[in-house]
Design a binder for this molecule. Sequence first.
Ligand SMILES: [Zn+2]
Length: 94
Amino acid sequence: MSDFPLPILFIMAVFFTMWLILRKFHRIEQRKRALPELNAYLYANNQTEPRCSACESTEFKDEGLSHGKDERRIVSCAKCDTLLYRIVPPERAE
Ligand SMILES: [Zn+2]
């Protein structure tokens, strides 16, 4: 390794860091896609109104799946950040 020119080591380090970051985002996205839809979530937790499955909070926040304006919304708890369920617009339901 000591024979390696420094710029090549630097470029390798940059690519390795980018790969780690991409892998982290990919895993978060996979977890979001695997979330149940609202009805399935209510059924699984025996609820009629959605509540956080971790802390019972009824305060939620939602974000787009892949970007802010994405119509597929991911709902998470506003208090403890637990990912709860997703909302799929009817015309794009899977
Ligand atoms: Zn919570």
